[in-house]
Design a protein around this ligand. Structure first.
Ligand code: FES
Length: 105
């Protein structure tokens, strides 16, 4: 399966999933623009902000309180906002797409 990263101009970057990675680390490892992941996945920076469609949320664990708190501080917070470092990938997932905010700061 793949993760599709879609930027605000609808440019799609498709990356083959790797179990054990997260949507954030997969993006960073493959130099996908638009995901920074400054804190390395510690829910402490929100530079891995992405939007996950409601229909895909069932594949991932729900937001923790810490994630909620970080997202509060993120620009362009939406209903579908997630920290991509909290979206863990495994071999059972279908193709996933996430949308990226215009800016991570
Ligand atoms: Fe910092 Fe996700 S990488 S909060």
């Amino acid at each position: 399966a793949v993760v599709k990263y879609i930027d605000t101009n609808d440019n799609v970057t498709e990356v083959e999933m790797e179990a054990g990675e997260t949507v954030m680390s997969l993006a960073v490892n493959n130099m996908v623009d638009g995901i920074v992941g400054e804190c390395g996945g510690a829910q402490a920076c929100a530079t891995c902000h992405c939007y996950l469609d409601e229909s895909l949320s069932k594949y991932f664990s729900p937001r923790s309180e810490m994630e909620e708190a970080m997202l509060e501080a993120a620009p362009e917070r939406k209903e579908s906002s997630r920290l991509s470092c909290q979206l863990e990938l495994n071999d059972d997932l279908p193709d996933i797409e996430v949308r990226l905010p215009a800016s991570q700061y």
